[in-house]
Design a protein around this ligand. Structure first.
Ligand SMILES: C=C1C[C@]23C[C@@]1(O)CC[C@H]2[C@@]12CCC[C@@](C)(C(=O)O1)[C@H]2[C@@H]3C(=O)O
Ligand SMILES: O=C(O)CCC(=O)C(=O)O
Ligand SMILES: [Fe+2]
Length: 339
């Protein structure tokens, strides 16, 4: 049985040449990071409701309906009442900041290897764009000890402990959200043919940018797996694209976590739930750090669109196969498996 980590490693992207820049040392945006036309944020002419993603208290009485509505209309919502202690959110964020504040020559020691899925480096989507992003990332799947030891030979334990605790809490919360999502789709756990799960943690860093109108934090993309839980710290930048409205900002709400649907949920729901198309804008004033947990089925699981009243929109395929199609075709992956 292969793991998610093996599935991503088996679909390598040519990222070796894209090593994050030493952002500390630059005072202007170099040509390699200068994107044309990114100031296309539309004027806010709609009502407030259309310009804000839903906020859902997970202890509310009609939570199943609320989650279903949010996934149908936005593919993204913020959750409160999620049970993740604020001290853990603070701890994981401060350990992520400690990592990204290391000198560039130190971070390179934990560089993701060419055939690997974990460690320090550019986002997996980077090779699909001709310009680089104002971003650096660190991916963890399971234990982070090997890479953390490279970074802090004598002081890696507190980083690893925070990441382990956080992954455990995220796994529990993801499962809770997954059950709510299944209920809202009127699907039973038995109808999907997997019973365990797999996940990955991604630490994202968006250093202060001297000219945010020319750079982009993270280019527009959808997440691959079932759902993502994001702790976006207290800084702006995240935006979601809504048809007929344009790019909508997701303002940080203290203590809340952002949840978004990924491609696999779109497939399993047979298109009833939208996969969230989102991006991160660069920021001049502050160094944004975010922590994303990606939740998915085991790599060998078969994804079958489930819907009693419609023909399947997508062909069935394994998680592993979808990861490999996305590694080659990115945004076109969903179209390529459409029936
Ligand atoms: C499990 C994963 C999801 C992710 C690829 C990864 O192996 C770890 C990093 C994740 C991330 C974060 C930034 C955006 C994204 C599209 C990317 O390039 O790397 C996602 C990946 C994804 O959803 O496929
Ligand atoms: O940093 C953010 O707000 C978004 C990160 C993201 O989209 C991702 O990790 O997939
Ligand atoms: Fe994302």
């Amino acid at each position: 049985m292969s793991t998610l980590s093996e599935a991503y490693a088996d679909s390598p992207l040519h990222l070796q040449h894209i090593i994050p820049m030493d952002f500390e040392s630059v005072q202007t945006v170099p040509d390699s990071h200068s994107w044309p036309q990114i100031t296309d944020f539309p004027p806010a002419v709609r009502s407030d409701e259309e310009l804000t993603i839903p906020i859902i208290d997970l202890t509310a009485p009609h939570v199943v309906e609320l989650v279903g509505d949010a996934c149908r209309t936005w593919g993204m919502f913020q959750v409160t009442g999620h049970g993740v202690p604020s001290i853990l959110l603070e701890d994981v964020e401060s350990e992520a900041r400690r990592l990204f504040e290391l000198p560039a020559r130190q971070k390179i020691k934990a560089l993701r290897s060419p055939g690997g899925a974990t460690g320090y480096g550019a986002a997996r989507i980077a090779p699909f764009f001709s310009k680089n992003m104002w971003h650096e990332g660190f991916t963890i799947m399971g234990s982070s000890v090997d890479h953390a030891r490279e970074l802090w030979p004598h002081d890696y334990k507190r980083f690893c402990d925070a990441m382990d605790d956080y992954q455990k809490k995220m796994k529990v919360l993801s499962y809770k959200l997954w059950l709510l999502i299944l209920k809202s789709l009127d699907i039973t756990e038995e109808q999907v043919n997997w019973s365990s799960s797999d996940g990955a943690l991604q630490l994202n860093s968006y250093p202060c940018c001297p000219d945010p109108n020319r750079a982009i934090g993270l280019a527009p993309h959808t997440d691959t797996l079932l759902l993502t839980i994001l702790h976006q710290s207290n800084s702006n930048g995240l935006q979601i694209f809504r048809d007929g409205v344009g790019w909508v900002s997701v303002s940080p709400l203290s203590g809340a976590l952002v949840v978004n649907a990924g491609d696999l949920l779109h497939i399993v729901s047979n298109g009833r739930f939208s996969t969230a198309y989102h991006r991160v804008m660069a920021n001049q004033a502050c160094h944004r750090v975010s922590i994303a947990y990606f939740y998915g089925p085991p790599a060998e699981s078969l994804m079958v669109p489930v819907c009693e009243t419609q023909f399947p929109l997508y062909r069935s395929l394994t998680v592993k196969e979808y990861i490999s199609i996305k590694a080659k075709h990115l945004e076109k992956a969903l179209l390529l498996i459409r029936i």
